[in-house]
Design a protein around this ligand. Structure first.
Ligand code: ZN
Length: 309
């Protein structure tokens, strides 16, 4: 589904609020303070739009759909948030704060905050282990950052940051920034995120030798010799994920600091796990992102002390 820029949810704050209510409250308004469905919309000029009153005697709090979400207390119109969520969800290589700034007519600081908050919303807080009986799970590592051409004379090459990915073939990815790629570090990432009943595919690195024995089956490929696909063994899904992630990071973001790397990985994993070939198109993916925004609010500051986001 193509982006219909004339859709009211991208142009009118009230329509955007109604859209958020539909996504976050499919069964009607829920009080974020006590969890009750017993609430009344506050109408009339005395109240701002979208305000509800909890009717529980011991609560009686007022609330709106944005309470506890990344959109709370934002001065940016909700329609701009909804549009930003769509652009974020639909851009395969990611969308930069500069692009958001241009397309939404907001300041760069606001755009930066929006993209950071959407990244937070894209994090799968309830990610379940992948793989299982009859499923293939690929494990691979790569490094991002540390471009030599950006190094001024005499300065050391910037640090490269290790990224580990577990991919269920034909399914979801779990991507993690790891301190190093030793067996000890990878072990934790692997066994907390993949079922041991899976068929485990890796390269021939010794790192994986003992871990491989804990899976139902272990198949290896030699990266350096064109051995791919032999015996169905391979880490091509993990390599595809890395390729998209790296193209995005260099193309849309130029570089990513170590501090924020995991957030970018969450962003790319979100789009991978909600991709078209799994039956999830742009509009639905954006709605998934909006749902992810419930209950998540960032508190950190940057690039300057932005107060207008
Ligand atoms: Zn309540």
């Amino acid at each position: 589904m193509k982006l219909d820029i004339t859709n009211k949810i991208y142009n009118d704050p009230d329509a955007a609020r109604a859209h958020l209510e539909e996504q976050l409250w499919p069964n009607g308004p829920v009080c974020p303070h006590c969890g009750s469905f017993n609430a009344t919309a506050l109408e009339g000029k005395a109240h701002r739009k979208g305000l509800y009153q909890c009717n529980e005697h011991e609560c009686r709090e007022q609330f709106s759909v944005t309470v506890g979400t990344v959109f709370e207390r934002s001065k940016i119109g909700l329609h701009k948030w909804v549009l930003a969520a769509h652009l974020f969800a639909a851009s395969k290589k990611g969308i930069s704060s500069k692009q958001i700034q241009r397309m939404l007519g907001v300041t760069y600081k606001s755009a930066w905050f929006m993209t950071m908050r959407l990244r937070e919303a894209s994090k799968d807080k309830y990610a379940s282990p992948i793989g299982g009986e009859g499923k293939i799970v690929e494990s691979d590592e790569t490094f991002v950052g540390g471009k030599k051409k950006n190094v001024h004379k005499g300065k050391p090459e910037p640090k490269k940051h290790a990224v580990h990915a577990l991919v269920e073939r034909g399914g979801e990815v779990r991507a993690k920034h790891v301190a190093d790629v030793t067996a000890k570090t990878l072990r934790e990432a692997i066994f907390t995120q993949a079922s041991r009943k899976s068929e485990f595919h890796t390269d021939e690195s010794l790192t994986y030798y003992w871990m491989g024995k804990e899976f139902a089956k272990h198949k290896t490929v030699n990266h350096s010799q064109d051995e791919y696909y032999k015996d169905g063994a391979g880490v091509q899904s993990a390599e595809s994920f890395f390729a998209i992630m790296k193209r995005g990071i260099t193309g849309s973001f130029h570089s990513v600091s170590e501090q924020h790397l995991q957030r970018y990985l969450d962003e790319f994993a979100f789009r991978w796990n909600n991709r078209s070939s799994l039956g999830i198109e742009d509009f639905e993916r954006a709605n998934q992102l909006v749902k992810g925004a419930a209950g998540r609010r960032l508190t950190y500051r940057g690039p300057d002390e932005a107060k207008d986001a």
